[in-house]
Design a protein. Sequence first.
Length: 113
Amino acid sequence: MAELNNKPMSDIKLRNIRRQRTKEMRLQLTGFAFMIFLTFMAFGMVALDFNATFITGSVILFAFIQVILQFYYFMHIKDEGHEFVKLFMIVGMYFAIAFCVTFIFIVWIGQPI
């Protein structure tokens, strides 16, 4: 019988743990494949010489999606017990976006009073 933490486990419990780990690995591989796809898309747009404005916006969007996927799948933020970390990340993203929008407004749009 298999043992975890020096306690014998039943076959049903062991199969359940293996099934959960297999599902988790499948999700991680799917997320990894999607991130590689986004990277190839960004390189392809640059290689095909798309409009620079379109490429800039797309690459920033792809990067944002990849950051979210990294946190969700590989840093296990989706698991229980990470609510405090999620709160800090959401607040940090809010302030980062607010800073960028304010900076863009002041530099490119804002007129001196």
